[in-house]
Ligand binder design. Sequence first.
Ligand code: HAM
Length: 422
Amino acid sequence: MKYSALKGVQDILPPDIYTWQRVESAAREVFSYYGYQEVRTPIIESTAVFARSIGETTDIVEKEMYTFSDKAGRSITLRPEGTATVVRAYVEHYLHNLPSPQKFFYSGPMFRYERPQMGRFRQFSQIGVEAFGVSAPEIDAEMLSMVHVLLGRLGLMELTFELNSIGCETCRPSFMRSLVSFFSVKLTDLCPDCKRRYAVNPLRILDCKVNRCIEMKQSAPRVSDYLCSECTHHFGQVLSRLAALGIPHMRNTNLVRGLDYYTRTTFEVTTEHLGSQKAVVAGGRYNRLVEEFGGPPTPAIGFALGMERLVTLLKDREDTVVPSPDVFIAALGERAITEGFFIAERLRARGLWIEAAYDGSSLKSQLRRADRLAVRYALLIGDDELDSGRVKWKNLRDSSQGEVELDRLEEFVSSLFSDKRS
Ligand code: HAM
């Protein structure tokens, strides 16, 4: 019986894994400059955690969640995103009692039952951050600057930073009234989903992907025209901080995002290189969510970057740097194989990556293998070498070679790699 992975999920294998690791370690490092601490939250939650926060009438909750009943009949959902989970943890563990701001990052798999295509998977990985307790526009700009620094470090400078403000509980109602009255005369032309959205959550019509709805929304009222003075001021400050930092960005008045919890600033960092899946990074403010989860009023903002999308962009532009072993021990004969085994262990204890041949194949085939692995040095051990107490070494990059006494071997090999450990 031969099995294959499910549709919309993927195995991440070498050499791709090295690009993943490069992104992960760059993110860790850059986030640490900004004071983000790692949190690891469960992959499963009560369904209500996501349904209430992301919104009952969003595509994610309506169509895309992996929801099942556990053996006790509880409704459980595989997390489709990280924000709701982190907010649940923030409130559950009273992290709001700690000095503000609290800044967290997380990474790991998310699950959405979407139609798979380039850049869109059913299991995908996000690295996300959430900052709690700051309402000032500086944190919005700081977060976008952090994304800019991270992408710059990865060599991705040409992505577009798109921003919008979708207002707050003061200004959103008048926008919603205009939106409802705009669509009320177009109801018959809306797709069946949007007809339903019109009744329960008209804002969601704005992220419908059906062509005739996309066309209609071109002339729909824009939330940017309805912002209250506080939201206008906040957004203006965010934009001016970004300009002062020299971070190129554009205002996209259509950017409403597909999750209900956002207030004020929303943003996406987009590319034209991934077909219709343009957003590589996406996020925004969610100033009401902590309270909705039973915590005190707490302003918050965050984003998540899609690993698969980012890695695809990186792979398209660079050869993956694959690490290679330091030393290959080629052993001829049983005695040499055994000695090679012990030498390998002793050299590994000195922090070197050692590959050793235990298969008794010819020297030629062992060296071919070493070559394929792009090893730097080979040690050649056979009966003669063991008898004479001297081992041959060969630099496989420049073909220089020599001999070293067996009892000085570890020290000698170590000295060849002194740069590696300094
Ligand atoms: P989101 O826009 O749903 O936001 O997802 C963020 C990013 O995850 C997207 O821009 C994309 O790169 C990636 N992504 C989403 N769905 C898929 C998929 N099916 N396949 C591959 N990649 C995907 C959130 O998840 C929010 N929690 C972000 C946030 C954090 N807002 C505030 N804090």
